[in-house]
Design a protein around this ligand. Sequence first.
Ligand code: MOS
Length: 696
Amino acid sequence: MTDTTSELGTGLPRREGRDKVTGAARYAAEFAPPGRLYAWPVPATVAAGSVRSVDAAAALGLPGVVDVLTAGNAESRTPADDPTLNVLQVDDVPHRGWFVALVVAETLEAARAGAQAVRVHYETRPHDVTLTRDHLERYVPEEANGGHPAVRERGDAPGAFDAAPIRVDAAYDVPPLHNHPMEPHAATASWEDGHLTVHDSSQGSTAVRAALAQIFGLAEDRITVTSAHVGGGFGSKGTPRPHVVLAALAARHTGRPVTLALPRRDLPAAVGHRAPTLHRVRLGADPDGILLSVEHTALTHTSRIKEFVEQAAVPARVMYGSPHSSTVHEVVPLDVASPSWMRAPGEAPGMYALESAMDELAERTGLDPVELRVLNDPADEPDSGRPFSSRHLVECLREGARRFGWEERDPRPGVRRDGPRLTGTGVAAATYPVLVSPCRATATALPGGDYLVRVNATDIGTGARTVLGQIAGDALGAPGERVRVEIGDSDLPSAPLAGGSSGTASWGWAVHEACAALAGRLAGDPDLPPEGLTAEADTTEAVEAGSPYARHAFGAHFAEVSVDTDTGEVRVVRAYGHFAAGRILNARTARSQFLGGMVMGIGMALTEQSTLDPAFGGFAERDLAAYHVPVSADIPAPPAIEAGWLDEADPHLNPVGGKGIGEIGIVGMAAAVGNAARHATGVRFRSLPLTPDKVR
Ligand code: MOS
């Protein structure tokens, strides 16, 4: 390893940047095999029930319509492990928006017209899509998402709370949220000589191939799934989605290639959402602000066909020391679409509640909210008692406060007034676990002096090719421009998804091992055979050995908001996030990840929400006008918003030393904004988002 020439950490621009801005980068729906057809889905228009009949006659009579697939004529398949993939197999309609037919046509327009002409007759049953705190169907599941136990108890938290001199007991609400990536979920599928090829918009094509193999009863080597470029996913493309099954099914049914790009308005019901969470947090402390008890209960919903429990009480097991603790998840099955992963599942809503409650406790004790967090920073992970591999939350709080100018703050709420506008500042902590999965990779020394790295990583917009080239160059002692990187194809060495902030750590570990092995062999015998020399790596054993350490990234958010007391509008005018996430491998793409997460957190705080319509059972917001993702006009321009980090050396992670940065930027941001709104106005808001109707 030649550290003097290593490009690891340097903010190199993305390798595929030019291809993306010039349109040369092709996305799943842009592959056009000869004879390709277009598909358009027909979503159920009832909230619960079953399909009695489908009348496709009018649709089939339209010019260009080739066929209409339904549960009646689609080939029957092996049921998928994931019930959301069992579309067009049974007549049951578990929620509004469930796909009940698929129209295939010569053009996109014909497919859409056909879908509008399909008449579906339903048997309905009563539905319930409304989560309430006293819902009779609520229960405590065995596990929450991520394999976390639903309940953890330490000591006697309720008893300690009752006896505590200072108490905060508060309820917080987070509505359903949707990922809404810029590129919708899309696939182009074709069958040739029994081999299925699919171009899919996915966060991990190895898993898509496995699901298709199961569903269609094929060996995995008869399937190729590519995801060369992906226009965002945020978790919604982390698992195979119905569109890819439908595209493959329609291609087999018609004998021609088929493209299915889900219409934006169908995404909310078809590709997962962040489930709503109703929180109760109780904190007991002594008058000096030392926590005596921490209780966090998170109530959420799931669908009737799949149990997914947002693990929102999990961060309370990691964040602050206290002798007594109780963290509980409860769930209600409703007639809703199946919830799933959305950027920092668990941590994002959980830390909104916990970090808002910490702000309330700071006020109650008269402590500065930064100091309260520093006071309760634990030596070991509270839930497990394990030592942290590294924990620099205090440093993030201190350095973030310094860069933000926190010390100038007047702690009194509601005192910075300028005409109708009130200004305030808030802080919140961030955390996200270090996750890593087994991965394979190969590295080849090519005649001529170049290298080729192959791994089925996915670039969901993060710059995976670029950073893997940096990791490879570092291990090879070669400039990154000599390293070609092949990713995004299931025929490459198998790799885990781009999710759980684990992609770079997982792929990078395997790439590093393969390149280090290759460099070792080249050092022994620099004469290359004519076909080049290849080294392989498989990190399964090393990853599965696990770690005795509690491994998490940490961070601190600071926000300044301006509240218009005439209109109720809350605007973030300044924000700064400081992070400790291990070694930062590319300063440019890392900053983009942190800032992107922070922007998504501002959306969560101020504008984003999905509403389940009690009468019709569906999500009311089904386009980017109604579901307001922040745009440039909503976000202050850098440097008013900025992210920074400390260089954290942690020897207990992986050979590359990164913790993962895709998700921590969103965690805690909404609480920082909410706490700033409280400081500005003197009013405590406990229900997101802080839209003008609530604030005014
Ligand atoms: Mo992320 S929600 O694990 O893609």
